[in-house]
Design a binder for this molecule. Structure first.
Ligand SMILES: N[C@@H](CCC(=O)N[C@@H](CS)C(=O)NCC(=O)O)C(=O)O
Ligand SMILES: [Fe+2]
Length: 292
């Protein structure tokens, strides 16, 4: 029988992100997936409200943290992986292709000294790699399209698909960031939907269409039946729909802020001589200006 881990979602209303603690009730062990480090771009303030809420939950439930996992280098928020590693000592991990994302953004930020070997994480997962969370078995699917390094974590009957499928009423993630591809996203979604129908799918964002309450759990069967980007579509129809929609979307407001932190495993920039940290924002680096 497939194990059924406990899954607790934490919704961040600032970025519409869902962060997860997935735990093994038998051993009291858990993994944290896609934690958010708070950032207010208007004031430049950072905070650890989301990550501390996760730590409070872990403390209340007396869980021990075995992994801090990211599904991909996020373009809309900072990862709290580094902060949580400092707090818990647990190893961090991401998809192995992150090295290609590092190479891409190393040029964009003009950072010749950035190591692009993924050494900022403790483990880089390839497709098919396995890991454990207590007695639960985890396995990795390579799920590119939204980014070229995206992966899905399948832990027991739960798959953490992040930015591939959203809730069935919300379609799919965009595929127009540097390194993105609608065609690859389709193939990744097909692989996810080949999991057993009852597999629980946990998405990475919920943009609350029509202001409904935030939701993040669906199943393979529900997605196949009612996601309008999938049901009755083939690859060509999906790619056409995705590309057309992506042309209308402005870049995430924090993409240039977030990638420089997230390609370094969630490390903020090193402080300068005055003890302050500064972000670096390249001008005219990305297509997709909102006035286009
Ligand atoms: N308005 C948001 C957009 C964030 C965004 O682009 N989210 C990605 C996931 S990282 C996505 O797939 N969005 C789909 C959509 O907006 O339809 C922001 O500025 O942060
Ligand atoms: Fe994303």
């Amino acid at each position: 029988m497939t194990a059924k881990p406990d899954v607790k979602g934490f919704f961040d209303a600032q970025t519409f992100s869902i962060q997860y603690v997935v735990s093994d009730p038998a051993t009291g062990t858990c993994a944290i997936i896609d934690p958010v480090l708070d950032y207010d771009e208007k004031s430049g303030a950072t905070a650890t409200r989301n990550a501390d809420a996760i730590l409070d939950y872990i403390g209340e439930k007396r869980l021990s943290v075995e992994w801090i996992l990211d599904t991909h280098p996020h373009a809309d928020h900072f990862s709290a992986a580094r902060y949580l590693k400092d707090k818990t000592g647990a190893p961090t991990a991401i998809g192995a292709r992150v090295v290609e994302v590092q190479k891409l953004w190393k040029d964009i930020y003009n950072w010749p000294d950035l190591p692009t070997d993924g050494s900022q994480w403790d483990r880089l997962f390839e497709a098919g790699d396995t890991f454990s969370v207590g007695d639960l078995n985890g396995r990795v699917l390579f799920s590119p399209g939204h980014t070229l390094a995206s992966i899905t974590y399948v832990i027991g009957d739960a798959a953490f698909v992040h930015d591939t499928l959203f809730m069935p009423d919300s379609g799919t993630a965009r595929a127009d960031f540097p390194g993105g591809s609608a065609k690859r996203l389709w193939a990744s979604i097909e692989e996810i939907l080949s999991l057993p129908d009852e597999t629980r799918l946990f998405t990475g964002h919920d943009y609350q269409p029509d202001g409904r309450e935030p939701l993040w759990a669906s199943t393979v069967a529900e997605q196949k039946r009612s996601n309008p980007h999938i049901a009755g579509k083939d690859e060509a129809a999906f790619v056409a729909l995705r590309d057309a929609r992506d042309k209308t979307l402005p870049m995430p407001k924090l993409i240039l802020h977030a990638l420089q932190v997230n390609i370094r495993g969630g490390r903020l920039p090193e402080p300068e001589a005055n003890g302050k940290r500064y972000l670096k924002i390249p001008l005219d680096a990305l297509a997709g200006a909102a006035w286009e």
